[in-house]
Design a protein around this ligand. Structure first.
Ligand code: ADP
Ligand code: ZN
Length: 612
């Protein structure tokens, strides 16, 4: 049996080995046992059920809540010669009848079904009559009533176990937390399932989080131009307005960008989404409404123009980059304004106190990640309950360790300025007082006569902003709920104010220096198409063009034909015949037969690299 699985892995999918724990999951399902799989996005969940479905007798039923994802997966499987189909609301009645006929005739290895359709009695009766290899419940966290992806229909899936006790089930999710895991087990009746948890690390993603609100747009543009020209990426913005503005601005700067948010009509949204998926090198400016079910494997960067609400959200959103395992960037620019705004939004939300506490706690964790001076990946994984033994070497803090400085005295000045002015003014005003500014308002309140007036002139206004931001982020100051951004002291500031605690803060690097240093740490694109010789680049482009032509002819996204990783292998190895081509990762028998000669022709035509 295991031999059969390994054989299918190579001949159908074109891969040489399983990524742990894929092999164990596959073995377990083939043996007829239930499994619960927690694996990060891009970890390789699909093979965990696709291969057992091919090995076991009967059809594998995959329950998936996302129509677009279902279609992509089926398209990709058909390319590989797997007999796959889907049933969802997009099909015409005659198409539904065709799929049902194929199912009854035993002509399907895999059938993808939306949960609401699966639970229809008619569908269940159909399943009663055919041999079933397994049930795969994808995005299993949708059973969780706590999560934001909750789908009521998922709760009914417990029926499967009762109706088909002998058919093994596998539930899969990229949501790691303990509570969701428990909910999946209870609600789907998976108490006897073997649990497989793989590391949630995404080593190919480089995390970079920096302060830089004032010129965030320019920084983003420079980042795209220098590191990801012509590549696909997602830029998350806080509001619809910001999405529209940014998309228009990036377009005007020569970066093709589409907008996506809930304020656009459904038609525009779906058109933009499918362009993003099927074309290359488009940037999507979006609110968090975008992203669920985006299976595009070569998203090279995810940028955040503001602070996500929680570390989980940050992890999930950045996780859309680099699903193909090639280098990708998670880039974020955030500022004082975000911190104040999110704090206020949270305070004003209609939620009850317990809920607010949870949200505040989550935002604090996110801020902690932003302001951390150690390895970002270690901090991120620690939050997800995983310990990374050593710093990663692939995040901003590892590559360019931030300078810290003893900010105790400065913090004392800032905190006592808050105190002396009556704990009701915002950051701008407080900075003006610290700098001893000649200002009518300050005089009117008599704050030109208090002890903290003009005691902060050794530090510039920008640096003071950074200090206040970090004091808020660390919870030494809190923001008023009335919407005016007034600051007040918290209990935790006492130690610093009394000189009992030292406070070390990140030194805010001037923009120019950050840039220079970052350049030294390895500038330029690290992506799939970053080849050093012109000949390589030329071949890469030619291969991409061929892929696009083939994809268009079949109306499928380019990565369904071949992933970037496979094209990059072609450039590096220059296979000259079918046998050589067949050894590359991602080329199974079916694709070799369908596309091998076309790609070989392009490779041969571009010549061998030594000659150029
Ligand atoms: P997930 O569903 O967990 O997000 P996928 O199943 O889409 O991830 O897999 C992510 C990528 O990794 C895909 O491009 C897939 O082809 C590739 N992949 C999965 N398993 C392997 C493997 N054993 N060897 C090489 N590539 C793999
Ligand atoms: Zn690191």
């Amino acid at each position: 049996m295991p031999d059969q699985a390994a054989h299918i892995l190579r001949s159908v999918f074109g891969y040489d080995g399983f990524r742990p724990p894929q092999d164990e999951v596959v073995g377990s399902l083939i043996a007829g046992k239930d499994a619960l799989v927690l694996m990060p996005t891009g970890g390789g969940k699909s093979l965990c059920y696709q291969i057992p479905a091919l090995v076991r007798y009967g059809t594998g039923i995959v329950i998936s809540p996302l129509i677009s994802l279902m279609q992509d997966q089926v398209a990709a499987l058909c390319q590989q010669g797997v007999r796959a189909a889907f049933l969802n609301s997009t099909l015409r009645p005659d198409e539904v009848r065709r799929v049902e006929r194929e199912l009854r005739a035993g002509e399907l290895d895999l059938l993808y079904v939306a949960p609401e359709r699966l639970m229809m009695e008619r569908m269940l009766e159909l399943l009663d009559a055919v041999p079933l290899a397994l049930f795969a419940i994808d995005e299993a966290h949708c059973v969780s009533q706590w999560g934001h992806d909750f789908r009521p229909e998922y709760l009914q899936l417990s029926v499967l176990h009762k109706r088909y006790p002998e058919v093994p089930r596998i539930a899969l999710t990229a949501t790691a937390d303990e509570r969701t895991r428990q909910e999946i087990i209870t609600r789907l009746g998976l108490d006897d399932a073997r649990l497989f948890v793989s590391s949630f690390d995404r080593p190919n993603i480089r995390y970079r989080l920096h302060e830089g609100q004032a010129n965030a747009r320019e920084q983003l543009l420079r980042f795209i131009r220098e590191e990801h020209p012509g590549e696909a990426g997602i830029v998350y913005c806080l509001s619809r307005q910001k999405v529209d503005d940014l998309a228009a601005w990036l377009c005007s700067k020569g970066v093709p960008t589409l907008p996506y948010h809930a304020g656009l009509s459904a038609d525009v949204r779906s058109a933009n989404q499918s362009r993003f998926i099927s074309e290359e090198g488009l940037v999507m400016a979006a609110t968090i409404a975008f992203g669920m079910g985006i299976d595009k494997s070569n998203v090279r960067f995810v940028a955040h123009m503001s602070l996500p609400k929680s570390v989980e959200a940050y992890y999930q959103e950045t996780g859309r980059a680099g699903r193909d395992g090639l280098p990708a960037d998670a880039w974020m620019s955030y500022g004082l304004q975000d911190v104040i705004m999110l704090r206020q939004m949270m305070a004003e939300s209609g939620a009850d106190d317990a809920h607010k506490r949870v949200e505040r706690h989550k935002l604090d964790a996110m801020l902690g990640l932003c302001e951390s001076t150690g390895c970002r990946r270690q901090a991120l994984l620690a939050y997800l309950g995983e310990k990374l033994p050593a710093p990663c070497g692939n995040c901003d803090n590892c590559l360019t360790p931030p300078e810290t400085w003893d900010a105790t005295l400065a913090a004392q000045k800032a905190l006592s300025c808050v105190h002396r002015t009556g704990q009701r003014f915002g950051v701008m005003y407080l900075i003006d007082v610290l700098l001893g500014k000649d200002d009518e308002r300050i005089r009117r309140f008599g704050h030109d006569r208090i002890s903290t007036f003009g005691i902060g002139t050794e530090i510039g206004a920008t640096a003071w902003r950074g200090i206040f931001r970090q004091l808020i982020a660390r919870g030494l100051l809190s923001v008023d709920v009335d919407g005016h951004g007034g600051l007040h002291l918290t209990d935790s500031c006492r130690g610093v104010l009394r000189g009992e605690e030292q406070l070390w803060l990140r030194r805010e690097a001037p923009a120019a220096r950050t840039r220079a240093k970052r350049g030294a740490a390895g500038s330029g694109s690290r992506a799939a198409g970053s080849f050093s010789t012109p000949a390589d680049r030329e071949l890469w482009e030619a291969l991409r063009e061929l892929r696009m032509t083939l994809a268009k002819a079949q109306n499928v996204p380019p990565y369904v034909v071949f992933h970037d990783a496979t094209l990059a292998e072609m450039v590096r190895q220059r296979p000259m015949d079918r046998d050589a081509l067949a050894t590359l990762s991602g080329i199974g028998e079916r694709k070799l037969a369908a596309y091998g000669d076309d790609f070989l022709q392009v490779i041969r035509a571009t010549g061998s690299p030594e000659l150029t």
